[in-house]
Design a protein around this ligand. Sequence first.
Ligand code: OXD
Ligand code: MN
Length: 613
Amino acid sequence: MVDVEKVLDEAGLKNEFVREYVAHWAEITGADRVEVVSAADDARLLKEAVDAGELEPAGDGLYYSRSYYKDTARSEERTIVATNNPADKGVYNNWRPASEMKPMLVERMTGASKGKTMYVIPYLMSPPGSPLEAYAAGVELTDSRTVVLHMIRMARVGAQYVDNLADPNHFVRAVHVTGDLENLGQGTPDDQRYFVTVADERTILHFGSSYGGNALLGKIAHGLRQACYDGWASKAFLAEQFMLLGITDKVTGEKYNICGGFPSASGKTNLAMTLAPDALGDRYVVEFYGDDIAWLWVNPDDGKVYGMNPEFGVFGVAKDTNEKTNPTALDAIQPGSGALFTNVAYNADTHEVWWEGKTKEPPADVTGWRDWKGNLISEREPGDDSPWAHPNSRFTTTLANVPNVAKDFEDPAGVRIDAIIFGGRTSDREPLVRGIKDLAEGVYDGLTLGAEATFAAEGVDGQLRYDPMSMRPFMAYGEGDYARHWIDVIGAATEQPIFAHVNWFQRDPDDGHFRWPGYRENLRALLWLIDLKNGKVSGRETPVGILPTRDELHLEGLEISDEDLDVLLTIDVERWRQEMGFREAHLKQFDRLPEEIWEAHRRVAEALEAEEA
Ligand code: OXD
Ligand code: MN
């Protein structure tokens, strides 16, 4: 038996509640050793991981790892929100009673860390001193060293974050046990994995993975799912899968901050890290705050909505990250950055990494290159053109490595939020941008956010896979209550952010080309939105929001055809009428949806009916 008390004493970890929690789980998991870690242990842990073959060198201060081949992504079917109140059941949260799930997890975790070290990771999901700090503290217990190394990049890690809590018992208990990955029946009827957030007990129990959101519990399980529940239970805040960026106008000296949700594969990370287009770069500076999570609240001192990124790093999808799509991300994973790569392709001779879309063609000389499963490319069967990197392969790097990270990204006060945007990948119907000034219509727009189904089989042609506020996999309680909470939180602000829906992905059905050039040019839509909020432009009212007129957009230096621009700045009334039917069926699933949302839906539907097609 490990002498847990001695280990905790030596680490100087004083919080009695944390000590009790660590001792409790050390006994259940049966770990051979317990070790308390802090960010200062990074270099030592990296060396240990390299010596143990868990990481391989990928250049100066860069590291590579592979996860088990059946353990490469979050598993939505195995992810559960459990509470003690059946009223918390929603359409998306896979709700189950806490009393049913907890014993199942304890059973799986019992003795499952035998022979391993249980690392104790005290962490904070906010800048220290944030008004939401009380919801940000947690202690992850994990039996995986690579998970520790990821957590050190993704969260603030150290005993100090739990030793001085205002309420020493108010921290998230986050237990991660990897399990025997080769014998868990992943994806079969016998699947042993469970990823459970016991939200009303602020306890996270994840068993059966060592990858990403299944294992780095500060990020998704705490930063999104638990925080979503806490924000509602406390009535104090919203926790959303949102990016957050700032735009400074050097001429006026004004700065504006925009956050927003995008379903996966809709360009959220690229937008979060965007730079101004060359033609506008002398005037506007874009700063990065976060690519994945924002917590939002109203500051009682000035009545405005504020936001912050609770994370400390970026866990970005590698695929298609290149000089054009996201040069900022490439700068953030340079030699010396301490970045970790997982499940990309790797060359053990040269220590290089590669993923699909990094360069147009894979390396011509395949000597030494192995795919994400560790198989030599040179030994592939002729005609095997399966990807070298897993589509969900990732890079992990700290926010401070991002070259345009905002100077005040650690400011505990957070930043004022001027606009909240939504955008899913949609090939028709959705214009470039439509501004929404009414709160209920903005929330309604977020609830009906979606992206085109990736596989034809998943949906009817032209029908979206709805992903409300891009929170579908992270929703912790009922969607109707969630909508009410949004209206209440943002409605309490004396000055409301403007809402908007953006779409960079309209295509010409004749030849399939994207009508909008995308990437850095997307800033033009955001600049127009800020002008609209400030009353500098008035746009054109349509049933679905305010659209820019051509002369209101900053178009200098942009190459775009008149026809493309016309389509991007109009709405297809027939397609919108069809969409309203899909939306109605989608919203009807939700219990207790506020009447304000239904009124917004009817207002838009009636305005569309009245419109000339
Ligand atoms: C996600 C992530 O799964 O950000 O959404 O990792
Ligand atoms: Mn995400």
